[in-house]
Design a protein around this ligand. Structure first.
Ligand SMILES: C[S@@+](CC[C@H](N)C(=O)[O-])C[C@H]1O[C@@H](n2cnc3c(N)ncnc32)[C@H](O)[C@@H]1O
Length: 247
């Protein structure tokens, strides 16, 4: 899959693409990320990419023309009709189901906004989808693009050291859609706090049962909506329901 990222700050992506477990996906081009410097598509000595908003008010607005020119270059370089995504607080909220869809697709063109945002005429005519990272405002779309790329990369086969590890992460509907259980590592006692004895028992069924009940309890406490969704999807067993009644 291929993601073309249009940004005024391509240098922000270099350390991200070279770090951590997802590096493999980017280096092997399993997730092929191409960076496009928007300013290269601006005109004049100043290579201007923004201007003052009509109607007045604070901040600057990204010009439609450099974005259109850059997008045309990206499209000419791709041999598919990849969706054009603009990161924006008004967009559809990115979630696990969305990440799964992107991770099974052919990629996209990712547009990173800056300033007050993008001239609406460009959005109306060139953007297929707006995506938000959450109900807060970032200074630019780059962190949102990295969040999407990271989440997509770790779902690619062979990227995580342990192939099963993302299966047990939070939100995975193939498992149960619940939140993850707590994790512990050495030492067995730290600052007077002990690791739950079930995890030290060496008894697989007991460990699995402890993890399951922890997932249920944590989800019930923090995200009852996910518990309701799991119930509606028939992902809760009678034993799960019996346990939930004890909480
Ligand atoms: C300062 S923000 C613009 C905020 C815009 N004036 C508003 O209030 O909705 C600049 C850019 O950051 C990106 N951005 C900001 N918050 C975001 C979020 N929650 N999710 C995704 N992208 C975001 C967008 O690309 C946006 O164009």
């Amino acid at each position: 899959m291929r993601f073309d990222v249009v940004t005024l700050f391509p240098e922000l992506f270099a350390p991200f693409l070279a770090a951590g477990v997802t590096r493999r996906a980017f280096e092997t081009r399993q997730v092929d990320v191409r960076l496009w410097q928007l300013r290269d598509y601006a005109e004049g000595n100043y290579r201007r990419v923004d201007d003052r908003p009509f109607g007045g008010g604070p901040g600057m607005v990204m010009l439609a023309e450099p974005l259109a020119r850059c997008l045309a270059a990206v499209k000419a370089d791709r041999d598919d009709a990849a969706p054009v995504v603009l990161f924006s607080p008004i967009g559809e909220r990115l979630d696990h189901a969305g990440v799964e869809r992107w991770s099974a697709g052919a990629g996209a063109v990712l547009l990173c906004g800056r300033y007050e945002g993008v001239d609406q005429r460009f959005v109306d005519t060139e953007v297929d989808l707006q995506l938000s990272l959450g109900d807060f405002v970032l200074s630019g779309g780059e962190i949102a693009a990295m969040a999407l790329l990271d989440a997509v990369a770790r779902l690619q086969p062979g990227v995580l050291n342990d192939a099963g590890s993302h299966q047990e992460d939070s939100f995975n509907p193939a498992l149960d859609g619940l939140l993850d259980c707590p994790h512990y590592t050495r030492p067995e006692e730290w600052n007077g706090l002990k690791v739950p004895e079930e995890l030290l028992s060496g008894h697989h069924a007991r460990i699995a049962d402890w993890r399951r009940t922890q997932r249920l309890a944590i989800t019930a406490r923090h995200r009852p909506d996910l518990l309701s969704a799991a119930r509606a999807a028939g992902r809760l067993t009678r034993a799960d329901e019996d346990f939930l009644r004890t909480l």
